[in-house]
Each structure stands twice: as structure tokens, then as C-alpha cells.
Design a protein around this ligand. Sequence first.
Ligand SMILES: *Cc1c(COP(=O)(O)O)cnc(C)c1O
Length: 357
Amino acid sequence: MSRRPQARIDTAALLHNLQRVRDTAPAAKILAVLKANAYGHGLLKVAETLKDANAFGVARIDEALLLRAGGVVKPIVLLEGFFHADELPQVVASNLQIVVHHPSQVDAILQAQLDAPVQVWLKLDSGMHRLGLLPDEFADAYQQLKQSPNVIKPMRLMTHFSCADELENPATAQQMQQFFNSTEGLDGELCLANSAGVFAWPQSHGNWVRPGLALYGVSPLEDGDAAALQLRPVMTFCSSVIAIRAVQAGDKVGYGGSWTATKPTHLAVVAIGYGDGYPRNAGNYCEVLINGKRYPIVGRVSMDMTTIDIGDDPISQGDEVVLWGQGLPVEEIAAKVQTIPYELLCNITSRVEMHYL
Ligand SMILES: *Cc1c(COP(=O)(O)O)cnc(C)c1O
């Protein structure tokens, strides 16, 4: 077995989670979100596994072109649309679909000379105030685009939630109300829900859902538990022990000597660090799994190595160390280092070996 840091990707779990989304939103088509290298899981491999999704969503055109170059023929939606009018010919040539969220994009489409019409997902800002046409711009944009030969009819109509992970937050119901008001009487399939919408807000399912995180087996809900949603973690992030050493009471460990042994013990040095995408501030806070048992990280996480207090347990060089995965949810690590699982997953760096099971 490789001694280098690796991310094992359980493709059966990925398929299971897709099915969980289907079962939870049975009337909706699934736009599987694969941006940021499929949340660190590998863009093309994830796309190849999720054959049964109805479409793929990415953030940027280069991600879409990588999918096309890899032979993916399924519909691909650019979730932020095009950034400049000069990308439109490429959008058409690669048969991409575009989110239109800004009046300048509407103008660019109306003025463009395109070889073929494009599928537009017209986006309403229903309260997140990041991307989207304002309610008083929406109907106008819709009517203008509807007249344009550059646009496939009917368009699709979408919005994005800001707080769907918070079950008590009234913002989501307000956003839904705004969206249903603004789209009333307009022709087109509706798309609102991210992963949290899928699992927490059934009224938001519409004609299409747009899950990302849940597909990777991570709970999209605040303080959520993936197992309770019957989601299975897809990634196991692991490495191995490269040295074992004894330390004495009073010995300080690692950069800054931030941990001091209070009694004689043993340390396992693991080949993992922030250069692999493991968070530096996990030092002295998080645990790892070795042979199924939890052990604490002691001292700082360095670029390539991390030290674990293993006491007198019989752990050897070469033993596998799990940073997150089955038995040690990435949700738990994220909470301890005060971030979200999304960030940890997509921070995995290119020197981590990817393995697909
Ligand atoms: C990233 C993204 C999603 C997926 O969100 P999850 O919380 O990962 O399910 C859906 N829609 C848009 C517009 C996005 O940018």
C-alpha cells in the first residue's frame, strides 16, 4: 500500500447518496454540482460515476470544458453563467447551459450573434444578495430573453438559498415566497434547492434540485449528522505512520513547542500536513483514527507531518491513519477547526493520491 497521503473515493457511496437525493425529492430532476473538482473528489471520475444525474453544474467555464474534454456529453450548467460576452461562442460550441443573473448578461445575449440558441437558467435574487436579478428586474429580463432567437424556450427559472441549513431560520420560507411570486405565470421549470433544500425544505424541490455536498455524503444541515440522513461519506482521507518515537515527561513537541508531554509516552509521526490540505489549526484539537481507535493530535500540524500521541499502544511504521472518513466525520473536524466541511474537502491538494474504489 502507498505510504503517501491519499483520498479514497467510495464510488458506491456516491451512487448511494445520489439515490438518497432521488428518494428524498422523487419528482425532481437532479443537477449534480461538481464545482471545485467535485468538492475535492475528482471532477471527471465523479462525473463518470454519476451517470444517472440529469445534468451537471460547475462554477466556471474551464471546469465545464474539462468535462467535455473528458468525454462527458450530459447537459452542463455554468452556475455563474459567462463572465464576459466573448465566452458565448465557446458556450455554444461546447453545448453548455448558462445561469443568467445580471442585466449585463441579458444585454450580452440579446446582442450576440450565436450559431445556435442557448439554454438559459434565469436566476432571481430572492434574498441572498449575491447573484441574481432583483424581483423588479426579473419579469423584464424574462420577456426580453423570451423574444431572443439566441435563447431556447422555455427558459428555466432558479434561485439560491442563503440559510437553508438553519432549520429555524425564516429566511428560506421568505425566499421561496419571493421566488414563487416572481415566477408566477412564467413558463419554465423551477429550481431552488441545494442539498439543504433537498433534505430540509420539501416545498423547495420544484422541477430540479441542485445538490452538491450531500452527494459526497456530508450533512448539509447545521450541526447535521450524515448518518441520520442516510448519507454515506464518500471520501476517506488518510496517510500512514512514518516514525514512532518515545518522549519523556516535559518534552515539547513540534514547531513552537506548543505541546508538552506530562508523562512518558510515544508519538506517531504521520505523513500529512497543511501542504496536503489538512487544516493547520487541527493541531492540539483534533483526533485521528489508527486501527479503528481515536488518538489526539499533539503539537502543531506542519506542512508535511503531524504528530499523534499513541501512548503505549502497539502501532507500527506503515500503519494507516485516517484524518476523516468512516468513523471520523469531516463534519466533526470542520466544527473543531471552525470551518465547514465544504472548505476542508475542496482544500485537498494535488499531491494527495486519489484512489477510486
Ligand atoms: C454550490 C452550489 C450548489 C450546491 O450547494 P450544496 O450546498 O453543496 O448542495 C447549488 N447551487 C448553486 C448555485 C451553487 O453555487
